[in-house]
Design a protein around this ligand. Sequence first.
Ligand code: SF4
Length: 267
Amino acid sequence: MSGEAVPGGPVLETAPPYAAPDEAAVRVTAAAAASIPDLDRLITGCRACPRLVAWREEAAAVKRFAYRNETYWGLPVPGFGPADAGVLIVGLAPAAHGGNRTGRMFTGDRSGDVLFAALHRTGYASQAISERIGDGLTLTGLRITAPVHCAPPANKPTTQELRTCAGYLDRELELLAPTVRVAITLGAIGWAALLRVLGDAGWTIPRPRPVFRHAAELVLPHPDGRRLTVLGCYHVSQQNTFTGRLTPAMLDEVLVRSRELAMNTEA
Ligand code: SF4
């Protein structure tokens, strides 16, 4: 175990590399995590998806010209945010020169700029700009994760890669169970991935499975009495934010709604 250095300071503990051979091995590894910080650390050592390991490491070695003097993170990017969050944002995957460079979800690219500005406006983030791990930014009441923790080529993980990484999201939801009441999915892939993981974990998912749409609200019951509201939100990709498909006001509305639901939804 070591603190991994990126520009801004060594503040995130990393695990030794391990080559989990398949999704079952990932589940065993994830199940061993006793806490959210433990899970975050374990994820950083994962090498289960050969294509993604090669891509993230190539991006970290070749680098984008603008970042040529930086040391890239180049590892799986764990979730970010407190272990007692009431709201969980589920994105898609880190970007090769964003999260894969900075070591934090949604950090280092335009998508993250849009998201963190909104999180700050709505009271979830301590500052409007997320630069890299070690910049002092904290989240309150909200955590950010993804169904795939390594940067995929063209931002498109394969179905198998989604399946392989699902064990980590499954365990993250288990560890957050005492507090999490709302999940915001950014985009259709995050929506589908989350519903699949929730279904496997015993949550009652309507059939046919509800399709993703912006501002969708889906209340899911669990046999143990818990309820989780899944909110749909267009992804904060440049494709959506530059075209106005997702405006800052629309994003703020979803975040404000998540806070209302997290405060009002009983366990
Ligand atoms: S995507 Fe997930 S399962 Fe695959 S190598 Fe990265 S952390 Fe491991």
